[in-house]
Design a protein around this ligand. Sequence first.
Ligand SMILES: [Zn+2]
Length: 109
Amino acid sequence: MRACEGAGCELCGCGVGRQIRYLVCCAEVTTGRVGVLEVGRAPGLQLRDRVQGNGGLRGAVFEVCRAARSKHSRLELVFVDEHPGSHLLSLEPLDLESVLRSTWEKAGG
Ligand SMILES: [Zn+2]
């Protein structure tokens, strides 16, 4: 993922810039490791619907899997009716904006 370079942007020129990506800060249930999950349109809309229906994603538990064995196949989300546990709810979320900024800087932006 890279930031749009504006006028003359190479990625926008080949249509990549039109693909909407969705980011969510989440924690892995088993390890408690906090990170950022980037997904495409279909799982992104699932997340958005969940936010709109429940007022947020805090405490939501979902499984993430690939649609096929290829590591480039799309991600699929399945929400699980399970309590995440207080050890996960007490974790501090990441600042998505600063995560994105540092990702783009590392990518040579
Ligand atoms: Zn662009």
